[in-house]
Design a binder for this molecule. Structure first.
Ligand code: HEM
Length: 224
């Protein structure tokens, strides 16, 4: 009997379908990070500005929960499809001597480049970082310990914790640097005329994210 595969399954099980999911979810995270950064900058305005921004978000609880739900769903898709693509590429990798040659060329016939392999490792690191981050600042009792402003300030007064954050946001920057242009390539913006500009924008965006997110732990640590 002929087995029918739906359009949906066929699209999302194809390599380009999976890459499309990675691109859409990844670009959404870039948007989330830009909004998160704006929120973080309220820290420089002092305790009441920072607490005020957080309270403003939590007042719109339904919208916030919807956004959080979407973020979790996208994160699950990004990790799942990223993992599948990584192992598919790994399985397509040549062995032995051919492998050594392919490393020199920085590309394997399985289509996996050194930076796309690095992307899997930085992605895994970010997953662990985000879980630690959520337990530090989101799943906490904000009524105890003087509110979110005090919780963040106390955390980054510890030099090791501040260094861990700076390192982590640099890893996020590396992930974005490759992921951003790669996503644009997937969605079809890979015209030789525009790609160099897209790569520059990726690098600038990655630098902004890395530097601006790092500025808060560095600022708190230096003013401690
Ligand atoms: C120095 C850097 C960072 C600081 C100081 C910081 C601070 C915070 C704070 C205070 C919250 C709680 C906000 C609230 O509920 O009102 C939060 C939530 C969150 N942060 Fe960060 N963050 C940083 C970097 C990052 C990075 C790089 C990522 C992602 C790669 C990230 C992902 C998240 C997520 C997913 C949430 C939960 C959002 C929600 O539940 O609405 N953060 N962060």
């Amino acid at each position: 009997m002929e087995e029918k595969v739906s359009w949906f399954t066929a699209t999302f099980m194809s390599s380009i379908g999976k890459k499309l999911v990675m691109a859409i979810t990844g670009l959404s995270f870039c948007l989330f990070l830009a909004m998160h950064l704006v929120g973080n900058f309220f820290y420089y305005g002092g305790g009441s500005a920072f607490e005020g921004y957080s309270a403003h978000l939590h007042e719109r609880l339904i919208l916030l929960r919807l956004a959080e739900g979407g973020l979790i769903f996208f994160a699950l898709l990004h990790v799942l499809f990223g993992g599948i693509l990584y192992f598919q590429n790994l399985a397509a990798r040549p062995k032995g001597y051919v492998m050594k040659k392919s490393v020199i060329r920085k590309t394997t016939p399985g289509g996996q480049t050194v930076s796309s392999r690095l992307q899997a490792y930085t992605g895994l690191y970010i997953l662990v970082f985000v879980i630690i981050h959520l337990f530090a600042f989101t799943f906490v009792d904000r009524t105890a310990g003087g509110g979110l402003y005090r919780i963040v300030t106390t955390a980054f007064q510890d030099p090791l914790y501040a260094a861990f954050y700076v390192f982590s946001v640099i890893v996020v920057g590396f992930h974005i640097n490759h992921g951003f242009w790669s996503a644009f390539q997937t969605i079809g913006a890979n015209h030789p005329k525009y790609m160099p500009a897209v790569k520059v924008i990726s690098m600038v965006y990655a630098l902004i994210i890395g530097a601006c997110f790092s500025s808060i732990p560095v600022f708190i640590f230096l003013s401690a």
